[in-house]
Design a protein around this ligand. Structure first.
Ligand SMILES: N[C@@H](CCC(=O)N[C@@H](CS)C(=O)NCC(=O)O)C(=O)O
Length: 215
């Protein structure tokens, strides 16, 4: 059976679990990392020498790095929906995955979520936080323009393009921060909330992470 390691509060685990839910894959989930620990054991390091979650074991195939896991599960179990054999079609989707990981996620997850929400108030670096909030506003405005003529990032259906960027929406809209007017992103967020897998795996309350800089 597919086994997935990672604490439910982990942003990168949530991407994977959302896809596991969409594909309705039978699986076993093991909490790991954060207060659950377990990332430094020889057994875990043998699976992921980087010592991070998420990690999956799919019938002996060990995969780590959330986007590599998304691609693996899509190729293995989601052909025709989450995976195309056409490299050009795949590139339309994958560019948004890579954009999310290299552009949106550093500014939002590291800059805003860690810099603001996970940093105790006296330690907050406000000029840096304001800069990251403004950068995120520009990123979400870009998504807003993309979503003006389509319901999902890569077209008419949910694809892997939506998963990394869409995972940030719950936290982005829950945090007490300044946001621009982004009606198309809000409509997209509403469409994602209509999906049981999104509600179950991404809309996970994160209060336990407030003011906590340890993992
Ligand atoms: N680039 C990696 C990042 C993995 C990562 O940093 N995971 C965090 C959780 S989101 C982690 O393992 N932190 C240590 C912990 O939770 O104890 C990925 O996308 O999978």
């Amino acid at each position: 059976m597919l086994t997935v390691w990672g604490r439910r509060s982990s942003f990168n685990l949530q991407k994977v679990m959302w896809l596991v839910g969409e594909l309705a894959l039978a699986h076993r989930h093991i909490e790991a990392g954060g207060r659950f620990g377990g990332l430094d054991t020889p057994e875990f390091r043998a699976m992921n020498p980087h010592g991070r979650v998420p990690v999956i074991d799919d019938h002996g195939v060990i995969v780590w790095e959330s986007h590599t896991i998304l691609r693996y599960l899509a190729a293995q179990y989601g052909r025709g929906w989450f995976w195309s054999d056409d490299a050009g079609a795949r590139s339309q989707v994958e560019r948004w995955m890579d954009w999310s990981q290299t552009t949106l996620q550093p500014d939002f997850l590291m800059g805003v979520f860690w810099g603001f929400y996970r940093t105790p108030q006296p330690q907050r670096n406000w000029p840096a936080i304001r800069d990251k909030v403004a950068r995120c506003a520009r990123h979400f405005q870009l998504l807003d323009r993309m979503l003006a003529d389509r319901p999902f990032l890569a077209g008419n259906a949910l694809t892997l393009a939506d998963i990394p960027a869409g995972t940030s929406l719950y936290r982005y809209f829950e945090l007490d921060i300044e946001r621009p007017s982004i009606p198309n992103v809000e409509a997209w967020y509403q469409r994602l909330q209509d999906r049981p897998a999104y509600r179950a795996h991404v809309m996970v309350p994160f209060g336990e992470l407030s003011g906590r800089l340890d993992p």
